[in-house]
Design a protein around this ligand. Structure first.
Ligand SMILES: Cc1cc2nc3c(=O)[nH]c(=O)nc-3n(C[C@H](O)[C@H](O)[C@H](O)COP(=O)(O)OP(=O)(O)OC[C@H]3O[C@@H](n4cnc5c(N)ncnc54)[C@H](O)[C@@H]3O)c2cc1C
Length: 494
């Protein structure tokens, strides 16, 4: 089959954002007739995250021959940085554990829609809620993923969370280990150091039929009889795209996860005119950027001040909102959580202190607020005034009248020495936008029609997430959609 390189020509604007692709060289390569090594599979899957590997395993289970192309030497996306929480409402694992939480598919659906402010695609959201149990049961029974269940770990505290367990940390890396083991058992070909740089189409009908990939040996073409799956993650590590689409504060955030998710699902699919949605939306969380220490729960205690020693946010907000505010409203994206010894000793904060200690991130400590301010490089007079006002407002029940208000449900006083100042930044977790998909995982064009042969999954796809996500829903949805793609392709292959 002769393939078209029109995508290289048309892709100039998008591809130039990728940094590594020079528009000029693409034009000249379009003028040349080159024969590249070609390999043909049923499905070409670009990216070795959970979305890609689940699609590949399911496709192989169904008798298809997929190939996975990964630009790095190992799985390097957000999956391996994730905590490894997945969600189910009545899985076999929950039943075996005797979980009786009263949770339902409908509640799961409603929670996802609520957290996406009603902006998540209803059909995709319903699919995820309905297929989560089947998918987790399959991951457990067929793939061999081990989960801990039965604890109230993530909102809305319905024991919905399934935490991947094993020796490897974090849970997401362990999850990938299970998936890779299964892929090996099934002989799924995974091509490492193989970076997808362009999509190929059938010049007669425009269907996407393969990719051009850069390997250590040069360029190669991978053709997929049933098409190509973009599983390349989002663009949380592409500062240029973040600046243009999510804004400067987002672009200035240190990355909490992968440095290799750089937006190829948007950059490479541009020539096919997908409907790209929610690219201004992303998830963020607190991080000590230089070390990677994680103050996840600390930011929901005490008060937050900037380097200028002013309060800049409502400490009653979620950690996501506080991280967003820290990036947007503080010089250099630095906040300091101020807490006292009583708060320091809360069991829920144990992991956070350990994270700071083990990563050698600074935590300032002193017996008076003024001395603490000096230690942390803050203004002692201003900090003392802020803490005194906060304690007084807490006593008087007027925290919500402060400027900015503090609407924390269980505000804690800052009275017992020693006192602590914990520096942190708003950090980028994952982007939510991309080419929108339907419930088969097909990418839709600007007119809402499927682009033949083009699929997307995980953070490479848009439609499901807006503003925030129910903890665990991203890994779950990438797995659900990955299976849907494989099942649909199988139906085409019959
Ligand atoms: C710190 C952190 C904690 C998280 N915890 C959770 C959690 O507990 N539960 C949850 O549901 N979600 C969590 N998430 C979100 C979740 O990790 C992601 O949504 C999910 O892993 C995305 O998977 P993916 O398959 O889309 O892509 P990724 O896992 O990001 O993988 C994409 C892969 O594609 C490769 N790639 C990129 N471009 C190309 C190219 N051109 N050619 C070839 N390969 C390419 C990349 O190198 C990468 O290996 C967390 C995220 C972070 C950062």
């Amino acid at each position: 089959m002769q393939t078209s390189r029109r995508s290289l020509l048309k892709g100039g604007l998008f591809a130039s954002m990728a940094g590594g692709l020079a528009t000029a060289s693409m034009v000249s390569s379009a003028a040349e007739t080159v024969t590249l090594p070609q390999k043909t599979y049923d499905l070409v899957i670009c990216g070795l995250g959970i979305g890609g590997i689940v699609t590949a395993i399911r496709a192989t289970e169904l008798g298809l021959k997929p190939v996975v192309l990964e630009k790095m030497g190992e799985a390097s996306g957000n999956t391996v940085f994730s905590a490894g929480f997945m969600l189910g409402v009545n899985t076999k694992m929950q039943q075996e554990k005797g979980v009786k939480s009263g949770d339902t598919v409908e509640k799961f659906y409603e929670d996802m829609m609520k957290v996406s402010q009603g902006r998540g695609d209803p059909a995709l959201t319903r699919l995820v809620a309905e297929q989560a149990d089947n998918t987790l049961n399959w991951l457990h029974d067929y793939v061999g993923v081990q989960y801990a269940v039965g604890a109230n770990l993530v909102w809305p505290m319905l024991q919905r969370a399934h935490l991947t367990t094993g020796d490897v940390k974090p849970g997401g890396k362990q999850l990938m280990e299970y998936l890779l083991k299964k892929a090996k058992e099934l002989n799924v070909p995974i091509m490492y150091n193989t970076k997808v740089v362009a999509l190929l189409d059938n010049p007669k009908n425009g269907n996407v039929i393969g990719v051009k990939a850069k390997t250590r040996k040069g360029f190669e073409e991978y053709l997929g009889k049933y098409g190509v799956v973009m599983a390349t993650g989002g663009f949380s590590a592409n500062k240029q795209m973040l600046t243009m689409m999510a804004g400067v504060p987002a672009a200035n955030m240190p990355v909490r996860g992968s440095h290799t998710v750089t937006g190829e699902s948007i950059l490479l699919t541009g020539p096919y005119f997908p409907r790209v949605v929610n690219v201004d939306q992303y998830h963020c969380g607190p991080i000590h950027g230089p070390t990677g220490a994680n103050p996840l729960n600390i930011v929901n205690t005490g008060i937050a001040v900037s380097k200028e020693t002013t309060r800049y946010t409502d400490e009653g907000k979620t950690y996501v909102q506080m991280s967003r505010d820290t990036a947007a409203f503080t010089p250099g994206n630095w906040g300091y959580m101020i807490v006292d010894q009583d708060t320091h000793d809360l069991p829920v904060l144990k992991n956070d202190w350990f994270s700071y200690e083990s990563k050698k991130a600074p935590v300032y400590k002193a017996d008076t607020i003024e001395a603490l301010a000096k230690e942390a490089g803050l203004d002692p007079v201003k900090l003392k005034k802020i803490v005194d006002e906060y304690n007084a407002a807490l006593k008087a029940g007027t925290l919500s009248k402060m400027n900015p208000p503090n609407t924390h449900k269980n505000p804690r006083p800052i009275l017992k020495a020693p006192f602590y100042a914990v520096p942190f930044q708003g950090g980028m977790t994952a982007t939510f936008g991309g080419p929108v998909i339907n419930t088969r995982g097909q990418v839709l064009d600007t007119e809402g029609r499927p682009i033949r042969g083009l699929f997307a999954v995980g953070n490479a796809a848009g439609g499901l997430f807006y503003d925030n996500y129910v903890g665990g829903a991203q890994l779950t949805s990438a797995s659900v959609i990955g299976r849907q793609i494989a099942d649909y392709v199988k139906s085409l292959a019959k």
